[in-house]
Design a protein around this ligand. Structure first.
Ligand SMILES: *[C@@H]1O[C@H](CO)[C@@H](O)[C@H](O)[C@H]1NC(C)=O
Ligand SMILES: *[C@@H]1O[C@H](CO)[C@@H](O)[C@H](O)[C@H]1NC(C)=O
Ligand SMILES: *[C@@H]1O[C@H](CO)[C@@H](O)[C@H](O)[C@H]1NC(C)=O
Ligand SMILES: *[C@@H]1O[C@H](CO)[C@@H](O)[C@H](O)[C@H]1NC(C)=O
Ligand SMILES: *[C@@H]1O[C@H](CO)[C@@H](O)[C@H](O)[C@H]1NC(C)=O
Length: 352
């Protein structure tokens, strides 16, 4: 959550432009980010902190390690339940859990109509909390009747409760989609390049999943905001240190199931802290001794989104796994068309 602003406001544009210009001198015309396919697999992964599974090593969540009544509690909330629940029907390679505000119907629609349509071996669910207005609840129910892709938990859906939402997502993966090989946690204003990520997971990673995988655009040495003017102000009582541990900004996080389980076990025991990504992928990740795999090079920079909007792109611009956070609705649809156009281009050219 914290670092969304960093991406959303493109605050790093200056740095991006500088590095981009230097890099541009060397690469002349291509504006793409580094290809995900350019690596030799064995050398690429040998130094990494995660391992890939093979046909003989599958994973089952050890639910028996959790305390009794774990299912019906959520951190410090003594009672929890899923008010709307759609279980994973198949055994997807990739489970995608999208944090969405109850009123964001148009955002969910834009995902259903762009990257979330015609999924193969992936499942998408939108994670919601409780709403106060019965009318809105009725609308959500109807939406779910139409799409069957909503999960709603019994905590109030407000900003400061987003940690509950993240923990609910972990809980959902463990109890209701236990056979997914990878879990992607994202937000409803992020673009996911589905054909690329499915290829990436099956060909470059492993169709059998991975172990100790926590991959994202890693943030290091983020200072804790203390100013009363900051939306992200945290008191010394809430968090005493000057910097947060390295963590994964919540808008895109790729988990392997064992990491989900380890972090879930920890988070069910700790005091509530409202910055969900810092708590789960920073503080508790350190306790679990899990390393973050930095996937920044696989993310579409917002600079490239701007070029795509202006039609200044090259074919290589499709070489990304995830789009930046805080896309406008229009950007979401343009990116959807862009990826669709590019893949149809690719298939016609390979036919020739
Ligand atoms: C990848 O790199 C390793 C180690 O340098 C080498 O042994 C292997 O042959 C390479 N594989 C390919 C497909 O180039
Ligand atoms: C899986 O196990 C079988 C039988 O033990 C073995 O022959 C095979 O080499 C193993 N495959 C891998 C990828 O480890
Ligand atoms: C989906 O992925 C799972 C897990 O890797 C695999 O076992 C299954 O064969 C895949 N199904 C399809 C239709 O590709
Ligand atoms: C968070 O949700 C809980 C459970 O519904 C509720 O009691 C609490 O007031 C909510 N927090 C805020 C800041 O509204
Ligand atoms: C995709 O193709 C359509 C039809 O050819 C075109 O109108 C549209 O501008 C293209 N969009 C992008 C983002 O390339």
């Amino acid at each position: 959550m914290l670092e969304r602003r960093f991406w959303s406001n493109c605050a790093l544009i200056l740095l991006l432009i500088t590095s981009f210009s230097i890099w541009h001198i060397y690469t002349s015309h291509s504006i793409a980010i580094r290809s995900v396919y350019d690596y030799n697999m064995s050398t690429r992964y040998s130094s990494f902190s995660f391992t890939l599974r093979n046909i003989n090593s599958s994973y089952t969540y050890p639910i028996h390690q959790l305390p009794p009544f774990d299912y019906s509690t959520l951190m410090n909330l003594p009672t929890f339940n899923f008010l709307i629940l759609n279980k994973c029907k198949t055994t997807p390679l990739l489970l995608i859990l999208i944090h969405s505000a109850p009123t964001n119907y148009n955002r969910r629609k834009s995902i259903r109509e762009t990257w979330g349509s015609k999924l193969q071996n992936a499942s998408i669910f939108f994670m919601l909390g409780l709403v106060r207005e019965p009318k809105l609840q009725q609308k959500i129910k109807e939406e779910n009747t139409n799409y069957r892709d909503i999960v709603q938990g019994t905590f109030l859906d407000v900003y400061r409760n987003v940690t509950y939402k993240h923990v609910m997502s972990l809980k959902y993966a463990i109890y209701h989609c236990p056979n997914a090989k990878y879990i992607l946690k994202t937000d409803d204003d992020v673009f996911v390049n589905m054909p690329k990520i499915m290829n990436f997971l099956t060909l470059e990673m492993s169709p059998y999943g991975a172990e100790r995988l926590l991959s994202c655009s890693k943030r290091n040495h983020s200072p804790v905001k203390r100013s009363y003017r900051s939306k992200w102000r945290v008191s010394f009582k809430e968090y005493p240190n000057r910097y947060y541990p390295s963590y994964c900004p919540g808008w895109i996080i790729l988990y392997s199931p064992d990491v989900i389980f380890g972090l879930y076990k920890q988070v069910q025991k700790v005091d509530y802290f409202w910055i969900d990504d810092v708590l789960i992928t920073g503080i508790l990740r350190e306790k679990e001794n899990i390393q973050i795999h930095d996937a920044t090079s696989l993310i579409l920079p917002c600079e490239t989104v701007k070029k795509i909007l202006k039609h200044e792109f090259s074919y290589d611009s499709t070489n990304f796994l995830y789009g930046p956070a805080d896309l406008s609705l229009r950007e979401m649809y343009v990116l959807g068309n862009f990826v669709k156009n590019a893949s149809s281009l690719k298939s016609t050219s390979s036919v020739r």
